[in-house]
Design a protein around this ligand. Sequence first.
Ligand code: HEC
Ligand code: HEC
Length: 224
Amino acid sequence: MSSLKPSSRFAKTLSVSFGITALGLLAGVSWAAPVQGANDLAREIARGKMLTYTCIGCHGMRGFVVTYPFYNIPKVAGQNREYLFDALMDYREGKRNFPTMKAQARSMTVPDLRDIAAYFASLRGKIKTRLPLFSPAKGRAGAKLITTCAACHGEHGLSVSPQFPDLAGQYPSYLIRALEEYKTGKRRNAIMNSMAASLTHREMLDIVNYFASQPGPLGQIPGS
Ligand code: HEC
Ligand code: HEC
C-alpha cells in the first residue's frame, strides 16, 4: 500500500529529517514521524501563527457555515499535523476544490503551509472543544458500521497515524460533505475514494453521527 508511506511532501519540508526510512523500519510501521529539533518546531509554530490571521474569520468561529450546500466549516485546531499539511497541499494542487481554500493555499509558500500545519496541530490539548450537534440514534446505528474505518481512524475517531485526520467531535455536516465528495471523486484520495464508493447516504449519516459524538481534540483556532 504505497499510499500509506510517510508523506514525502511533508518529510521534504522538515528542516531536520534524517533516518526516516530507518526509523520507520525499526519501529515496524511505515509512517514513523521524521525526527525534528524542538527549536525548529517552536520557530515553525510561531511563524505559522503569524500567517493565520486571515483564517480566523472562518475557522475561529463556532458553528460558522457554508451555504449551498450547507455545511459547517471544519474544526482545524488540534488536528494532526501531517494531515493538515497534506490537506493544504491538496487545495494548492487542486485535488480539493473549495475556492477560498484554494486561493489561500496558492497565495502561500510550501514552508508557510508547513508552519501553519505545525501551529494548528500545536493547539491540541490547549483549546476548548465542544461536541457539535449530532443524532444519538444515528450515532448508535453508525457504531456498527465503522469496523473498516476504525483500522485507520480509530474506534473512537482518533486516528492511528498523524497522516489520517481525527474525526472525533468534527462537525457531522462537514464529514458528510467530505464523504460525498470522495464518493463522486470531486475530492481525490485513493484510499478514501474507494472507502466511500460503496457507502449509501444513509450509512454516511449514521457513521458521521457516530464519529461526531465521540469526544476529541478538535476545535476552533483562537482569535489572538
Ligand atoms: C471563507 C472562509 C474560510 C477561510 C478564510 C479559510 N478557510 Fe479553511 N476551510 C473553509 C472551508 C469551508 C473548508 C472546507 C472546504 C471543503 O469542503 O473542502 C476549509 C477547509 C480547511 C482545511 C481542511 C480541513 C480538513 O479537515 O480537511 C484546512 C487545513 C484549512 N481550511 C485551513 C485554513 C487556513 C490555514 C486558512 C487561512 C490561511 C483558512 N483555512 C482560511 C473555510 C475557510
Ligand atoms: C486505510 C486507511 C483509511 C481507512 C480504512 C479509512 N480512511 Fe478515512 N481517511 C484516510 C486518509 C488518508 C484520509 C485523508 C485523505 C485526504 O487527504 O483527502 C481520510 C479522510 C477521511 C475523511 C475526511 C476528514 C476531513 O477532515 O476532511 C473522512 C470523513 C473519512 N476519512 C471517513 C472515513 C470513513 C467513514 C471510513 C470507513 C468507511 C474511512 N474513512 C476509512 C484513511 C482511511
